[in-house]
Design a binder for this molecule. Sequence first.
Ligand code: NAD
Length: 144
Amino acid sequence: MRVLITGAAGFLGSHLSDRFLAEGHTVIGMDNLITGATDNIAHLAGHPRFTFIKHDVTNYIFVEGQLDAILHFASPASPIDYLELPIQTLKVGALGTHKALGLAKDKGARFLLASTSEVYGDPQVHPQQESYYGHVNPIGPRGV
Ligand SMILES: NC(=O)c1ccc[n+]([C@@H]2O[C@H](COP(=O)([O-])OP(=O)(O)OC[C@H]3O[C@@H](n4cnc5c(N)ncnc54)[C@H](O)[C@@H]3O)[C@@H](O)[C@H]2O)c1
């Protein structure tokens, strides 16, 4: 497959890039380095199946050629980052996802979005299951 990984210079994105390359796929890593670092992907420099594009995914995303999958992992990812970068966090979650989805539609690519358990509120159970939100908020999406 030829895959686009947004947030490729971050913790999860860099490991995902390693994994997909190890399995023989071609990876285009995209990141604006707001919380990530090129150190995380320095070992991939010169890899014949890896390309890095420095780009803010809240802006129009252009990728040449076919794409089989988009793994959208670009987002500040900790409560500290959310407080320091509130606008950027909201923008990448909304606009960035919108742009990445548009690209997936155009390319006919499968789309995987990473989210966070922070959406469920303060953890009272660990690990939090997908049923957690409905568990603590009976009037949540599943309760309405
Ligand atoms: N780390 C975890 O344990 C964990 C657990 C569950 C979910 N997640 C989710 O996975 C995703 C990635 O988490 P992470 O730990 O790898 O975070 P990270 O901060 O290490 O990586 C995120 C990457 O996204 C990049 N980025 C942010 N905004 C961008 C933008 N507008 N354009 C391009 N790149 C941008 C950052 O520069 C960074 O390299 C987040 O959505 C997070 O909530 C992480």
